[in-house]
Design a protein around this ligand. Structure first.
Ligand code: SF4
Length: 373
């Protein structure tokens, strides 16, 4: 069995470990880029959302690299994500590719398990438990690397230091083969980041990024938004979602994630009392919390035809006014240009800086009664 799964940010690191520790080969194609998106867009329905197109191109790259089994998490989402795997695999088979499907969350779990057992042979369950432990350790390590890099990047004294450290440690975590080794790497990572010379952070703008999961986490879709904000504009960008959260939430491997998800549903209930199937509650809560958490503004990033995020779009202007927090909407599809996105981003950041200059920060707004707890 040669298993492939679509890319999403750095999720391939823990996913590769999971697959390989279960005892089968993982096929990881090159990271998605413009060509991957164009390839997927050519074969996908025109009005399907953007993540479908790029992950379709990604699947084609994996099959060309020799994958014989395509794994996809489907779930029973109310939005289109629930049908991604099924429809993508139909398209790929129409194109002539031959492969086995593992539609996790849609197929009967016993059928998925039988396929894995057939490929792995004896001791499959024991191997799965061990694989889950390494998977969790690597997901936590990736989370720590990403979060330290997000903080350090806008404050680094020598431009590019943070990215160099980040890339080196991501590779080391990817190559580590035991949990003990991952722990050692994390220790060294902390030492290296604490020795990194950082400048005083008084003037660093902080921006909360909310929106659809895939656009938030996949740099090839959002024009490397988080890194660009930090490295080019000197802005600390904090997305509301992370690879760790996406990977561990459905598996119930971290109870804290469920506490924060139910808080998000509670806090946003006045605006969205029902589930739309995407990240809508996190989006609304992220925007509501932003001023109190010290963010200067919010960027809402979403794919053009995304149903949950387009509904959030109708709610966010109201939050922007009542909470006095500037919100920039960035809509992405395969025609979105880097230049247009950068121009809007620069104008937004200029405006945030001028607000900072006027000195209205979250504490003062709270004192003025503009912010509610
Ligand atoms: S959340 Fe939006 S972009 Fe993602 S699958 Fe659902 S509709 Fe598509």
């Amino acid at each position: 069995m040669r298993v492939a799964f679509p890319h999403m940010g750095n999720a391939y690191i823990p996913l590769r470990a999971l697959v390989e520790h279960v005892g089968v080969e993982a096929v990881v194609p090159e990271r998605p880029n413009r060509a991957t998106l164009e390839l997927g867009a050519k074969h996908a329905p025109e009005f399907v959302c953007l993540p479908f197109k790029i992950t379709l191109g990604d699947c084609m790259n994996a099959l060309e690299k020799g994958a014989d089994t395509m794994a996809m998490v489907c779930g029973m989402w109310a939005c289109r994500f629930g049908n991604y795997g099924h429809v993508q695999h139909l398209i790929l088979r129409d194109m002539g590719y031959e492969f086995e499907s593992l539609l996790i969350g849609r197929e009967d779990p016993r059928a998925v398990w039988e396929k894995v057992k057939r490929a792995v042979g004896g001791g499959a369950f024991r191997r799965l438990l061990g694989a889950a432990a390494v998977f969790r350790a690597k997901a936590a390590a990736v989370e720590e690397i990403e979060s330290k890099a997000r903080f350090a990047r806008p404050r680094e004294e020598r431009r590019g230091d943070t990215d160099r450290i980040m890339e080196r440690y991501l590779t080391r975590v990817d190559e580590a083969d035991t949990i003990r080794r991952v722990r050692e790497i994390r220790r060294e990572l902390r030492e290296e980041f604490s020795a990194l010379p950082l400048r005083d952070d008084d003037d660093v703008l902080r921006v909360r990024i909310v929106g659809e999961l895939y656009v938030l986490l996949e740099p090839s879709l959002n024009f490397d938004l988080v890194r660009r904000l930090g490295a080019v504009h000197g802005v600390e960008a904090q997305p509301i979602l992370s690879t760790y959260r996406w990977l561990l939430s459905p598996l119930w491997l971290d109870p804290f994630l469920h506490v924060s998800s139910s808080r998000a549903r509670r806090v946003s209930r006045a605006y969205l009392p029902y589930v739309l199937g995407g990240e809508e509650h996190m989006t609304i809560t992220g925007a509501l919390d932003a001023p109190r958490q010290g963010f200067d503004g919010v960027i809402h990033a979403y794919p053009l035809t995304c149903m949950p995020e387009n509904i959030c779009r109708t709610v966010l202007p109201h939050i922007s006014v009542t909470r006095d927090v500037p919100i920039l909407g960035l809509c992405f599809d395969e025609h979105t240009s880097t230049v247009g996105t950068n121009t809007r981003l620069e104008a937004f950041l200029d405006m945030l800086r001028s607000r900072r200059g006027r000195g209205r920060n979250a504490k003062e707004l709270e004192a003025e009664g503009v912010l509610r707890a």
